[in-house]
Design a protein around this ligand. Structure first.
Ligand code: GLU
Length: 452
């Protein structure tokens, strides 16, 4: 069974990059008939906020990315204690006493010498006496995971292909702070084991974390760590997607704050966001596909490119319009102006960039409208129209045919004054569909007004 997870930290709102990761994990799970877990990474008690948790849920719900289970790291602290104890017993953890400033100095020295800023494992060389002295001074240790430098860490990445890391080129990660709280690295691996996550799909910024976590997984498996007796002790499959960049090809600050609120405010449909993000950065064309089944059927990690995916807000607007043009009446009914029925929606829909604009166009039907001033010839033409108007199943076709015949006008001189008199606009929805909605009485009144 495929199990994926989306693991936001509730320290802010979801932005378009998070939404994309959530979507792809949702798609992997749904495509395989598996489970999609929402995991709230809230071990950082100071920065995590309950209102962000609620906003994350609301955003995923609005996007239609329903999850099968919600997990919270703050509710799993006993599991992290157990994992910590197991790793400690296996000799894979060591206490460190450096202050943040000391670490920063070490980093600067390394960089100054042109060396990578890898932690020098000084704490590992402390004698028992030195450690006791630090503790006697009142310095509580933070804890690092001892990477095994024995052999390269390798995996087959679902997007990046064959990956290889030399563990000696990585710092032993700090997994626990001096105050006892947890950093991201170990809890995430513990959760992936306990929740039997089979596929970890996340951003490229996590590639080196994966290398570290593979060693944490392996160490935990070796220590017989598992939530259930028969749990399959298998590494999940890993895939890292290229980051999302702005139109100019740069990591953009704007993208980091662009989220569901902004989309909703601008009248962007969830389906437009889904259609764009499902395929952006893949070799498949971005198309206005409103049917998720279609998107799911073609979803394939092997189509993902390694170049950053460009997110263009204008593409989103275009896609949104094309999606709106397909929306069936029942799915928008609640957002339409009072009195607007299915025929009204179908007539007006092709003119919309956003559903919210329906009200402006509906105003043409209900009135009042403002007509331009007409020339004497146009007034005579419109008076002729009023005389020739016969109200039947298709009054517009009949009227224009009769006027063409009677006046010899065709094209713009035939259609434009009529449209202006009947709607007050130079362009707009198909008049054949609009006229029956305007109705005979209003049509006659408007023609009379135009010629007055
Ligand atoms: N909370 C982590 C993040 O938001 C989760 C990363 C992961 O998917 O493991 O970056």
């Amino acid at each position: 069974m495929t199990t994926t997870r989306f693991a936001p930290s509730p320290t802010g709102r979801l932005h378009v990059g998070n939404i994309r990761t959530a979507l792809h994990n949702w798609m992997l799970a749904r495509q395989a008939g598996g489970a999609f877990i929402l995991r709230i990474d809230d071990t950082d008690a100071e920065r995590s906020r309950e209102d962000y948790v609620e906003a994350i849920r609301a955003d995923l719900t609005w996007l239609g990315l329903e999850w099968d289970r919600e997990e919270r790291q703050s509710a799993r602290l006993d599991r992290y204690e157990a994992a910590f104890a197991a790793l400690q017993a296996a000799g894979r953890l060591y206490p460190c006493y450096e202050s943040a400033q000391e670490l920063e100095v070490k980093r600067k020295i390394a960089l100054g010498r042109g060396l990578p800023p890898i932690y020098d494992r000084a704490a590992l060389k402390l004698t028992d006496y030195e450690r006791a002295a630090r503790e006697a001074e009142g310095t509580a240790p933070h804890w690092r995971f001892l990477l095994d430098h024995g052999e390269p860490i390798a995996w087959q990445d679902g997007i990046r292909g064959s990956q290889k890391f030399d563990p000696a080129q990585l710092s032993d990660p700090v997994i626990r702070r001096a105050d006892g709280s947890w950093l991201y690295m170990m809890p995430s691996a513990v959760d992936d084991i306990d929740m039997e996550v089979t596929q970890v799909l996340r951003g490229e910024d996590h590639v080196s974390n994966t290398a570290v976590q593979i060693q944490i997984f392996t160490a935990l498996f070796a220590a017989q760590f598992a939530a259930t007796e028969g749990a399959a002790k298998m590494l999940p499959a890993f895939a890292h997607e290229a980051l999302l960049v702005g139109r100019e090809g740069k990591l953009s600050k704007r993208l980091g704050s662009l989220g569901c609120d902004a989309f909703r405010e601008r009248g962007i449909e969830p389906e437009a966001i889904i259609a764009l993000l499902a395929r952006l950065g893949t070799s498949q064309p971005v198309e206005p596909i409103a049917d998720r089944k279609v998107l799911l059927a073609g979803f394939d990690l092997s189509t993902f490119g390694r170049a950053p995916a460009k997110f263009d807000e204008e593409d989103l607007e275009r896609l949104n319009a094309a999606i709106v043009h397909q929306l069936p009446f029942p799915s928008v009914r609640d957002r339409l102006p009072a009195g607007m029925d299915e025929a009204g929606w179908l007539a007006i829909r092709p003119n919309l960039g956003h559903v919210g604009e329906a009200a402006d166009w509906w105003q043409l039907v209900t009135g009042p409208i403002t007509q331009p001033a007409f020339s004497t010839e146009d007034k005579a033409f419109l008076a002729e129209a009023a005389r020739l108007l016969v109200w039947d199943a298709n009054p517009w076709a009949l009227l224009t045919a009769a006027l063409k015949e009677a006046t010899g006008r065709k094209g713009k001189p035939l259609f434009l004054p009529l449209r202006q008199a009947l709607t007050g606009m130079d362009h707009g929805p198909d008049m054949g569909e609009l006229l029956p909605l305007i109705g005979e009485t209003a049509t006659r009144t408007r023609l009379a007004q135009a010629t007055a």
